[in-house]
Design a binder for this molecule. Structure first.
Ligand code: ADP
Length: 387
């Protein structure tokens, strides 16, 4: 123990040994070969950890960075022992040298243990060639998916579009029938015409909603959209319902973002009109629209004081054609919230709600400030063209 204490007390004392030049017989050539080689090794050993540190800093998220750090420390200490070996030709610091060697030994053991421990994980890391193969495979899969998605979208669009024209004919003929032969028809026949017209009207709404659903997210030509203007437009378009229900709509200051105007309008329009539609009987609807800045994203909330939604349906309401109420209770197609979700998903955001039955609901929409859809990525970040 005394030796240890004395060792540290005398750590920098170099009087117990002669400088290495005077220890044995060195020729100039031999001594300088030794010194210069040690200094060169030291310089190279200094450079390696610096390169490793730069690598870790530049390539953020390097796996097993702890092993890199240990390895860097190990190399640095090895370099230090070589520097001391050269310096000892004039300054015989054998104690400091021993201490540095001890530290090197400890760090080298830790490095060996870390390498053994992480060996399997390191073997599991993919090489750049394996990454290349996987990337091009994924890219092919993504292109295939985009193509079949576009086909499906196109199908939904054409089907809904083409259905509109026979439907118009049916409605026109029904109206004609009633206006031309109305007096000759008995009340039962008029009732049948009215039921058919109402059914055709429902179908028109359904087709329009389907068209909107299939259209959203397809146009990635973004423009600057002032959401205050969008909301003002929505309220203007729904003046009649607002006046009839006596609803109060409180819109907080909203941001301007780069996106597709119609897509964003669809989202807010569906949320606001649902707030008006799913109101409680005898309760004047109050809808509150707010936006908050959350760093790299915006959080929008649309709150109402309507009938509310049971928490077990929070996911279901965003699925297409899922309705919680009968058509006679509240009219609708069950496409509105699915459309909102489609837009928000394509924009890389989130949509959800919080609600209390009989009190009201708050729908939230989180959208990144800089919106990039997978189509944008496919255009701008395409790494390898897949033929
Ligand atoms: P639609 O309103 O055409 O039925 P949506 O997709 O907009 O279709 O909504 C799906 C279902 O979610 C609605 O049928 C309704 O039951 C429920 N819902 C939507 N918004 C609200 C709301 N603000 N308050 C209560 N229920 C709602």
């Amino acid at each position: 123990m005394n030796e240890v204490i004395e060792f540290f007390q005398q750590l920098a004392n170099v009087n117990d040994w002669p400088p290495r030049w005077y220890c044995g017989r060195w020729t100039d050539f031999h001594g300088w070969l030794y010194i210069l080689s040690d200094l060169t090794i030291w310089l190279a050993y200094m450079a390696i950890p610096l390169i490793l540190i730069r690598f870790i800093l530049v390539k953020k998220g390097v796996p097993l960075s702890g092993v890199f750090v240990l390895f860097g420390a190990f190399i640095l200490l090895c370099g230090l022992t070589h520097l001391l070996d050269a310096v000892m030709f004039w300054w015989p610091a054998y104690r400091i040298n021993a201490l540095v060697r001890f530290c090197t030994a400890m760090v080298s053991i830790a490095t060996v243990l870390a390498l053994i421990r992480y060996f399997d994980e390191a073997v599991g890391l993919r090489t750049s060639k394996e990454y290349d193969r996987e990337l091009s495979f994924r890219q092919q899969a993504m292109q295939e998916l985009t193509r079949s998605n576009e086909e499906l979208q196109q199908f939904a669009y054409i089907a809904s579009h083409d259905l509109q024209s026979p439907l118009k004919t049916i409605v026109n003929y029904l109206t004609l029938l009633e206006s031309k032969h109305g007096e000759k028809l008995d009340t039962d026949a008029v009732r049948l015409i009215n039921v058919s017209t109402a059914a055709a009207e429902r179908m028109r709404v359904l087709i329009n909603d389907l068209l909107d659903f299939s259209r959203v997210g397809t146009d990635i030509d973004f423009q600057t959209v002032d959401l205050n203007e969008v909301l003002a437009e929505i309220l203007e378009e729904h003046q009649t319902e607002i006046r009839l229900t006596g609803a109060s709509i409180d819109v907080g200051p909203l941001p301007t973002i780069r996106a597709h105007r119609t897509d964003l309008k669809q989202v807010f329009q569906n949320l606001v009109t649902n707030g008006l539609k799913y109101r409680r009987a005898d309760v004047v609807p109050h809808i509150r629209i707010r936006a908050s800045d959350e760093g790299n994203q915006y959080r929008f909330t649309v709150s109402d004081n309507g009938i509310g939604i049971d928490s077990k349906y929070y996911d279901r309401v965003f699925q297409i054609f899922q309705r919680l109420h009968g058509r006679n209770e509240y009219p609708g197609t069950g496409i509105g919230l699915a459309t909102c979700k489609k837009v928000v998903d394509i924009y890389g955001g989130q949509i959800g709600l919080d609600s209390t039955v009989g009190v009201g609901s708050t729908f939230y929409v989180v959208i990144p400030k800089v919106i990039k859809t997978s189509q944008h990525y496919a255009q701008t970040h395409s790494l390898y063209p897949v033929n």
